[in-house]
Design a protein around this ligand. Structure first.
Ligand SMILES: Cc1cc2nc3c(=O)[nH]c(=O)nc-3n(C[C@H](O)[C@H](O)[C@H](O)COP(=O)(O)OP(=O)(O)OC[C@H]3O[C@@H](n4cnc5c(N)ncnc54)[C@H](O)[C@@H]3O)c2cc1C
Length: 392
């Protein structure tokens, strides 16, 4: 396997071994996603065990925070492999390695990072990222959550919605406004879950992914110390928003990795089914329409994977991908993941829509659907690519 990967994707020996290690970790996960999904149970014990047995949750943290100084590519390979087996475990690992915990490890004040990273590394805590508001989804310039700076700290006022893991997280990386309007004045502050004035208002039930549900969070006169600012905002400048988007590129790429893993997992199950199931004396795989459908999807998936690996390989000195490359990867990967998981339902017939552990794709299709919305909708990513292509 390793020599194939080296020649197909130009992996060096280290990347081959990370990929193999990741595949082993994924193979060791319990087949319990259906139960977690049905009962809305987050698998803390699995995350804890993964952390303890492998150190996977520190892969991209810097050595000064007891991390392994792993590359973005290392994280992408791990998340991809985990997503082939378990959406919720992959998402939790992705949040740590490519999301708010990584930003804290890389850019946070040392004392703040030392307080919050050990429980994340141990698999006993999550840090969420809270950006979206009822009136500010795609349009980040409409964000109204306020950070008022005082000598004694920062006062946070506002309401966030649809924050992944919002009710489970030990802390939230909140994007808000240090004054200014539109794109000016935005920044990010870490707000611990136990902060007075912070309340989880509600948790949303959704079509899939209920083991790591989203929540709405209210901040009313919630105060944090000044060293909890991760990205300062200047009311006269859009530099804070640019830095938020620069860091968010790693999140986008992690979502791409989750999507290609999920899509590959579904594809593998479909291919096995098409090769083995016969109807009317013929394998399903022998029907021309089926063959072209899956050949096209395999091509689309490989393109998305190559875009994802390219973006992961060409990161800056902070381990962050270029905006354009992460955008292309996330767009391609989320679209192909939705396409493959939907077509997988068709390929399995009634077994495709039946629910439960013994049925191969129904839950995965529900879990995957949100990824053309989360992390930048398809349309907003196309807007950004069009802007790069067509505007001065
Ligand atoms: C699974 C999932 C997890 C999420 N996790 C988080 C999280 O952890 N933290 C967080 O803060 N948020 C999270 N979100 C929210 C997500 O960031 C928002 O849903 C997303 O930014 C879009 O905002 P909206 O849903 O308000 O849609 P809107 O902005 O209202 O858009 C609705 C539709 O209109 C389209 N549209 C909007 N503007 C334009 C335009 N200018 N041009 C063309 N089309 C446009 C959009 O593409 C979309 O199709 C999550 C969402 C999902 C689905």
């Amino acid at each position: 396997m390793s020599s194939d990967l080296a020649s197909q994707y130009g992996f060096d020996q280290h990347e081959c071994s990370i990929r193999d290690w990741s595949a082993d970790l994924a193979a060791g996960l319990p087949p319990s996603d259906d139960e977690w999904e049905e009962t809305g149970t987050f698998p803390w014990s699995v995350l804890e065990q993964l952390a303890e047995s492998s150190g996977a949750l520190t892969l991209t943290f810097p050595a000064r925070h007891a991390g392994r100084d792993g590359s973005r590519m290392d994280a992408i390979l791990l998340v991809e492999q985990l997503a082939m087996r378990s959406f919720v475990v992959a998402e939790a690992v992705h949040l740590a390695l490519n999301g708010p915990a990584y930003f804290l490890a890389k850019f946070g004040a040392s004392e703040l990072a030392s307080r919050w990273l050990p429980p994340v590394a141990a698999g006993t805590a999550l840090i969420s990222i809270a950006i979206t508001e009822e009136s500010a989804g795609t349009a980040l310039g409409d964000i109204s959550t306020r950070f008022d700076q005082h000598a004694g700290g920062i006062r946070v006022e506002g309401r966030k919605c649809f924050v992944t893991g919002g009710a489970l997280a030990a802390a939230h990386l909140v994007v808000g406004r240090f004054g200014g309007e539109g794109s000016r004045g935005l920044g990010a502050v870490l707000v611990p879950a136990g902060t007075r004035g912070l309340s989880v208002e509600r948790t949303y039930r959704k079509m899939g992914g209920n083991a790591l549900p989203e929540a709405a969070i209210q901040f009313e006169n919630a105060w944090v110390p000044r060293d909890h600012v991760l990205i300062p905002g200047d009311p006269m400048s859009s530099a804070g928003l640019k830095e938020i988007l620069r860091q968010y590129g790693a999140m986008r790429l992690g979502i791409a990795a989750m999507c290609i893993g999920t899509a590959q997992g579904a594809m593998d199950r479909v291919v096995d089914h098409l090769r083995t199931r016969e109807q009317g004396g013929q394998r399903l795989a022998d029907h021309q329409g089926v063959r072209w459908t899956w050949a096209r999807l395999a091509l689309d998936l490989e393109q998305a994977r190559l875009l994802t690996y390219r973006a992961a390989r060409t990161v800056d000195e902070d381990g962050l991908p270029s905006a354009g490359q992460a955008t292309m990867a996330k767009l391609a990967a989320s679209e192909v993941a939705v396409a493959i998981t939907q077509q997988a339902i068709q390929a399995f017939g009634w077994r495709g829509i039946a629910r439960g552990r013994e049925f191969p794709v129904e839950r995965v299709a529900r879990e995957t659907r949100g990824w053309t919305i989360a992390g930048g909708t398809t349309e907003s990513l196309l807007n950004s690519l069009a802007h790069d292509l067509l505007d001065d």
